[in-house]
Design a protein around this ligand. Structure first.
Ligand code: ZN
Length: 198
């Protein structure tokens, strides 16, 4: 890309390292940014920097948050005895959008995948088991319906069964391999209400 000057090339290079951004999109974004009012660009870059520097894991459910406890774990009106296990923070957001779930969450940050070499110790499973030593009535497993999600669900239910805590799995109806994030709220709600005990 030596037909662009060094600083423009660098901006394009950085942008094209983002997921889903090919070199054409990176060039389009770069020139868009260069035409933006300076104040706008400063807001954008400080939003990125501040989020990256301050966002961490909630010490209870491990979702991403900029405080010690996320707003859900810190909410006394939620049912803290009901824990829904999801693969990532975007799945949590999908369930929150339904406005119908009153329990709390546990975010695994991934799913077990022997193919990719991701084992039980690579996701936040130990932390979930630690939480279950507290006062918990039910664990709802809401991992994706992909092979990895199902493998994870089975593994977790086997771990929890001996504790006597009720374990359930969201109903199928969530398309196979479907990312929870892209499923509409009604489907999620039906999956939640039709959950089956494992
Ligand atoms: Zn939390």
């Amino acid at each position: 890309m030596d037909y662009y000057s060094r600083r423009i090339s660098r901006l394009i290079e950085e942008l094209s390292s983002l997921p889903g951004i090919g070199s054409k999109s990176a060039q389009r974004l770069a020139f868009h940014i260069l035409n933006m009012p300076l104040e706008h660009v400063e807001n954008l870059s400080s939003a990125i920097l501040e989020a990256r520097k301050t966002v961490k894991y909630c010490k209870q459910c491990f979702t991403l948050t900029d405080e010690e406890l996320c707003p859900i774990c810190g909410n006394g009106n939620r049912n803290h005895k009901m824990i829904m296990v999801v693969e990532d923070t975007r799945d949590l957001a999908a369930y929150e959008k339904t406005n119908k779930y009153e329990g709390v969450y546990h975010v695994l940050h991934g799913a077990i995948s022997p193919m990719l070499g991701i084992g039980p110790n690579d996701i936040r499973l130990r932390e979930l088991m630690q939480r279950l030593q507290g006062d918990v009535d039910e664990v709802i497993i809401a991992t994706n319906s992909s092979l990895e999600g199902e493998t994870t669900a089975m593994y977790i239910s086997k771990l929890i069964k001996p504790t006597g805590i009720k374990v359930s799995r969201i109903a199928s109806g969530v398309p196979v391999g479907g990312d929870l994030e892209y499923i509409d709220e009604m489907t999620l709600l039906r999956a939640l209400e039709g959950r089956v005990e494992l």
